[in-house]
Design a protein around this ligand. Sequence first.
Ligand SMILES: [Zn+2]
Ligand SMILES: [Zn+2]
Length: 170
Amino acid sequence: MALDVSRALMYPGQSYPFEEAVTLPTMEILDDMVSFEEVRLAGTFTGAEKIVGFSGTLVATVHAHCGRCVSDVARSVRLPFDEAFAKTPDPDDPDLYPLDGHTVDLTDLAKDVLLLDLPMRFLCSQACKGLCPVCGVNRNIQRCTCQEGGTKLPNPFSALSEMLTKDEEV
Ligand SMILES: [Zn+2]
Ligand SMILES: [Zn+2]
């Protein structure tokens, strides 16, 4: 959504409050589908010559999947930001966002702030037991016989070493 900042350009040094909702598409990040809901930015914007600075707080709910058991994970985030929009790109400052006439679009800013905060992987809890590598049950919810019976898990390396030994025999 476009936010009109003509006041800030007209009266540099003056701060104006703003509150904006932003819609972001679901993104594939590190093999996970991550979606963002209720993304809102609030704070103030201040004009300087040909530049409008935005600072405030972004709040959102991030939906992703646990890296161990793939169950849904929802995380509320509250992130500070302090960025600027410029009419002309400055080669010395590639972090400036483009100012289109008298309006700015906070979508890219919101996306960048959120992506910077993403963990390497989401976990439903630090203690998540993950999925059984043998039968695939979610070990947080139920135990499987692979564990209860004390059955030895097939070791992928034993099969490999068997193949290697056979190879040597030939
Ligand atoms: Zn989990
Ligand atoms: Zn199992």
